[in-house]
Write a new protein. Structure first.
Length: 115
């Protein structure tokens, strides 16, 4: 759905370039944000399945981690290129305790050690 929103945002005519940039940047931000959530949940799901079975689907796990890493890179690039971009989330939990980033790194290490 966010890809469609992003496409539609690019098609809307605005009277000034700043407004268009803000709208398109916001739509791109949303696409990346919710894609990150999707990939994070996939990593946690594949990881939990592996924890339970003691056998990890490293192909699915590595694919989800690669997509997660690419989305973070794209999000940071968006923020650097567009001053109107909202503040990026952090991959840590409340009060900077380990969060999703730590969980992703845990399964990144599982994948790396299984090579």
């Amino acid at each position: 759905m966010w890809e469609e929103i992003e496409t539609l945002a690019r098609e809307i005519h605005f009277p000034d370039a700043r407004t268009k940039d803000f709208v398109v940047t916001s739509a791109t931000y949303g696409r990346i944000k919710y894609s990150l959530f999707e990939r994070a949940w996939a990593i946690l799901l594949y990881g939990a399945m592996g924890d339970k079975s003691k056998s990890y689907d490293c192909e699915k796990l590595s694919s989800a981690i690669a997509a997660y890493d690419q989305l973070w890179k794209e999000w940071r690039t968006l923020k650097e290129a567009h001053p109107s971009c909202a503040t990026l989330y952090q991959d840590v939990a409340f009060q900077y305790k380990p969060g999703i980033g730590a969980a992703v790194d845990r399964y990144r290490n599982v994948y790396e050690t299984s090579k």
